[in-house]
Design a protein around this ligand. Structure first.
Ligand code: THU
Length: 130
């Protein structure tokens, strides 16, 4: 699995997005600790607050398959500009960041790809302390 495959998986997931209200299609793919890739898309609802973001759908898919670590994430949109993950998704990603490292984040637009680190997008993520 290289970066290009992860990005292609996010673009494919984007095409499955269910977003009849916002019309904003998002696909996400996560490279999990086992080396497998899991995908998700945004799924909206007529009761708007029930909608789920693509990133969380992908993470929950991975965790439900037994994964506990996310090494990298690709987030694809079809617009010209990249979309950064929302705050809630950043916190969920932080839960599964590698214990001794960081999660790479690839933001994918119709124009290209840019790379970030989760720590740069969410410094001082919330953690339970004793
Ligand atoms: N959305 C995502 O899928 N990921 C984000 O990080 C932010 C927003 C979705 C939710 C909704 O379906 C649409 O984009 C517009 O907010």
């Amino acid at each position: 699995m290289d970066e290009k495959d992860l990005i292609d998986a996010a673009r494919s997931a984007m095409r499955k997005a269910y977003a009849p209200y916002s019309k904003f299609l998002v696909g996400a793919s996560v490279l999990a600790g086992s080396g497998k890739v899991y995908v998700g898309c945004n799924v909206e609802n007529a009761s708007y607050g029930l909608s789920i973001c693509a990133e969380r759908a992908a993470v929950f898919n991975a965790v439900g398959s037994g994964e506990r670590e996310i090494q990298a994430v690709a987030i694809a949109v079809s617009t010209g500009e990249v979309a950064f993950p929302c705050g809630a998704c950043r916190q969920v990603l932080a839960e599964f960041a590698p214990k001794d490292g960081d999660t790479r984040i690839y933001l994918v637009s119709g124009q290209g790809v840019e790379e970030h680190s989760l720590a740069s997008l969410l410094p001082n993520a919330f953690r339970l302390t004793e």
